[in-house]
Structures are given as C-alpha cells and as structure tokens.
Design a protein around this ligand. Structure first.
Ligand code: ZN
Length: 515
C-alpha cells in the first residue's frame, strides 16, 4: 500500500504538516515563554521537529523528481480521465490490493499518525545533560579550557579567569609576531568550535553557521580594504636596508657581544630585534647572539630564517619578493580570518559572555561556605524564578499582600477594602477601607491639606473631609473660643504607640501610669 509513489508523496506531505504543527505548538506553549528551561526545551524540540521535516521534504523531493519514472507510470495506469472504464479498472484493482494487504489484521489498532512525533520528542535528551554545570543550562559560557591554553601559551600570558574573560575577544592586543605558530591557530580553532557548539546547544533555532558565513564574506571585504584591526598592513611587513640602518640599536658602536649585552638590557635587545623584523623567540642568550650575528651584514647576506614570520625582505628583486609577499599574506589572512570568526561568535554570544563575567565576579567575592550554599540554592532559585514569571490570577484586582500575592477575598471584605472614601482636604485622594481612612487624618497628606487651609488640626476636625465643613467648623470654634488656643485641650500629643490624645488626657493617663 505504502509502496506506491503517490502514497509515499501523500504520506510525506502529511508528516511534514504534522511536524510543523507540533513545532508550532511547542514554541507557543505556555512553558516555552515562562522559564529559561522551558524556552530551551521548546527550542530544542522545535529544532528536532524541523530537522525531521526537512529530512522528509528531501525525500518528498526525490519522489517528485521521479528518477525511476514510477510516479509517471502510476499516473499513466490511472488513465487520462477520458477512458472511464480504464480508470475504474485501476481503481478496483487498487481496492483489491488494499484489502489483500490488510487481510488478517482486522484487530490492529489504527495508528493516529502522531506516534513518530512522540518518538522524536522522547529521543531528545534532557537539556541539562547537554550542558556542563558551569554553563548553567546555556546561561553562561565555559571558557576554562581556552583560558588554560591561553595562559600557558607563548602567544598568551598568565592571567586569571575573569581577566581572560574580559580580553578573550581582543585579538589585536596579542603581538603579531606570536600569532604565526600552529599553537595559536589551534587555540583559535578550539575556541571557535566550542563557541559554535555552545550556540547550537543553547539556541538551536538560530543558524550560527549562516552568521559566520556572512562574517566571512564581510571579512574578505575588510581584508581587501585593509580594515581588519591589527592587520591593516595585511600581514606583510617589508624590511629594507633603510629600516635596518635606522633600527633602535646602533650595533656598530659595540666591539663585542659582551659589550652589547651590557649596554642593552633584555628589553633593549628585544626592541632592536623587533625593529629589524627579526625573530624574537628563545632565551636572552639566543636573542643576543641572533642580534649580534646580523651586525654589519647587508640585508641580502642575512639568513632568511632569522626573520620573523610575516616579514618580507625587500631585496628589490621583483620575482622573489612577489612570491614571498603572497605567501606571507596568505598565512596572515588565514590567521586573521580565524580571529574574525571567533570575534563574531563571541559577539553573537555577548549576552552569555556578560552573564559569565558577572557570574565569575560574583563567585570570586563569595567564601567557600557561601558558594556551597549557593549551589544548594540553585535549584530553588529556578523554582522561584518560575513563580516570579508566572502571571498571578487576580480577577478581582485584590490588593497584594506582603508576599506579593493577592490577599484572600474574605480578608479583603473584612477590612472593608472595597469601600472607597475620598477626602476633599487631601485633594480628593481615595482611601480604600475604613481603617486606612481613619488613620489618614493624622497622616502627612491630610495634615498638609489642613495647613494649606490655615486651620490648625485638632481632634474636632476628625472625620471632616470637605473643605467647606472644615472652614465652617473652624469659624465656629474660633468664635466660641474667641480664637484662643487652649493648650490643655487643643494641643495634640502622641504616645509611643502612635495614639493621639489632647494634652490633658495624655497627662491624666500618664499620671495614672497607663501609658
Ligand atoms: Zn484627608
């Protein structure tokens, strides 16, 4: 049944459709947007499904291409639609074949066609297995290996991990002369391979390969224009007689190698070698000997092996020079291209690199005990994150309690928080609940409102919320008291618990020892 070309094609179309739908469902599911792990799992699943769909599309293409002509044969056997008898005969023949193929399988349970999707889903490993502990589910990079290589290599220097993280993308700071060794190329290769593999694991739906290809094209353009940082001269440094003469050390001033060694310190020898374009490796002894060996020689007489890589000796002989230049440039370009690729990969992972730096800094400030506590907390942390990102169901718009969750409805009713009180003196500010309303009379907002009305606040004004009422009461009171202010009755006093009394009551209570 499934052997006919048309059926194969139909089946492939169906599978692709199902794969697309499942991928869509995975990406739009709630868990995919809630947490980092949910997002990662969904992305990995979608990537697996898309891969399977692409695989089926390839096979479908082959069916349509119809290399062995079976599709065309099948179509021909169905007739062209003109001859009804021929078409019917083909139809009944197919029915007969179908019946025969299902003979004796009546008890089989029909497959809903989605089983293979579940298989793909189950075949994907848990995302936590794909990442090392340091990588923390793709949140951070683990560059310890590159760091170890870098701090032990001649092109690098000893530095701690956080320093390395700060400078790992800065290839221009590495001296050019140290870049032409195979160790450096291997270092770049390993770094790039790690970054690409991390990118693929952490962001399976983004095509890091394409981004790198784009960068490679951009690199070609930059290289031609000489815009690559640190490679502006395209890796070719020509040395001629004039340069040798104007080098930092005047060797003719010394009569012996000992004299030279005494006059020039280690750095002096180094800089002299560099300005002449000579190799700078080896022990201080070897460097001295190398420098001495070129004393008084013409450029053409110096052994070519003594020159550093990337240095082209200008002998004003066009043919040999052209060759050397091309060779030097090709080598420099290869290194520069690798650097550019690594830099691009690091740029794509900028967020993760930042997270790594922060993480390392944070860890360096913690003690061992705190680190252990943190590791134990890590699992809780991911749960806490889930809660935080989860939307809280709050249809009644209940106020939030101290734990950030809405308070229970019965508590809400009990406190009368559904009752709104507005106060004109407070500029029509609303207070929710009787308690908040009562308390507000002694709070700053109401007191400020009263001061603006130039009415001294006394207990008599409690519960007065309209400006007109307050004014009338004030006029009334001032008439009655003749405007005098009775300290014992009108002054407000507060006890340590924040209760407000007039001075007389306060002193009475205090005398009785009730405060
Ligand atoms: Zn008020």
């Amino acid at each position: 049944m499934a052997s006919t070309a048309l059926e194969l094609a139909r089946r492939a179309h169906e599978d692709i459709e199902r794969l697309e739908r499942r991928a869509c469902r995975a990406l739009t599911s709630e868990s995919a947007s809630a947490t980092h792990k949910g997002r990662l799992t969904a992305n990995r699943l979608a990537s697996g499904l898309v891969e399977a769909a692409a695989d089926r599309a390839k096979r479908l293409r082959a069916v349509y291409d119809d290399a062995d002509g079976s599709m065309a044969e099948e179509k021909a056997s169905m007739g062209d639609g003109e001859d009804a008898r021929m078409a019917l005969r083909a139809f009944y023949e197919t029915v007969k074949r179908t019946r025969a193929s299902y003979e004796g399988r009546e008890s089989d349970v029909a497959n809903d066609g989605e089983a293979f999707l579940d298989e793909i889903e189950q075949s994907l490993e848990d995302p936590s297995a794909a990442f090392s502990g340091e990588e923390n589910l793709g949140r951070c990079l683990d560059l310890h290996e590159s760091h170890a290589t870098f701090s032990n290599a001649t092109f690098g220097e000893r530095c701690d991990y956080s320093q390395y993280l700060a400078r790992c993308g800065d290839f221009a700071s590495i001296a050019r002369t140290k870049k032409f060794c195979s160790a450096y190329t291997e270092y770049l290769d390993a770094l790039l391979a790690y970054l690409v593999s991390f990118h693929e694991r952490a962001m399976p739906l983004q095509f890091v390969g394409e981004a790198l290809e784009r960068d490679a094209e951009a690199f070609e353009a930059r290289w031609t224009k000489g815009e690559c940082v640190g490679w502006e001269d395209r890796g070719v440094r020509a040395v001629d007689e004039k340069m040798m003469k104007s080098s930092s050390a005047d060797l003719s001033a010394f009569s012996s190698i000992e004299e030279m060694r005494a006059a020039l310190d280690v750095d002096g020898v180094k800089s002299a070698l560099e300005s002449m374009g000579l190799k700078m490796g080896g022990t201080p002894e070897q460097r001295c000997e190398r420098l001495w060996s070129v004393k008084g020689k013409k450029l053409s007489e110096i052994d070519k092996k003594l020159f550093a890589k990337g240095v082209v000796v200008d002998l004003k002989k066009k043919s040999s020079k052209g060759d050397d230049v091309a060779k030097a440039e090709a080598r420099a370009k290869m290194v520069a291209r690798k650097e550019s690729q690594c830099a691009e990969a690091l740029r794509l992972l900028g967020k993760q690199l930042d997270a790594t730096r922060t993480n390392v800094e944070k860890k360096s400030t913690l003690s061992l005990a705190e680190l252990q506590a943190e590791a134990e907390e890590d699992d809780d942390f991911s749960d806490a994150e889930t809660d935080e990102e989860e939307e809280i169901y709050n249809p009644l718009k209940l106020p939030l309690g101290w734990d950030g969750k809405p308070i229970p409805y019965w508590l809400y009713k009990l406190h009368g928080l559904n009752m709104e009180y507005t106060c004109e003196i407070c500029g029509n500010y609303s207070y929710w609940g009787r308690r908040a309303f009562e308390r507000h009379f002694t709070e700053w907002r109401h007191q400020h409102g009263m001061r603006c009305l130039k009415i001294p606040y006394t207990r008599a004004f409690n519960e007065v919320v309209s400006i007109a009422d307050a004014r009338a009461l004030h006029a009334n009171l001032s008439q009655r008291d003749d405007g005098s202010f009775d300290v014992a009755l009108d002054a407000e006093v507060e006890d340590t618990h924040g209760n407000v009394y007039n001075k007389k009551t306060y002193e009475d209570l205090k005398r009785q020892g009730l405060l």
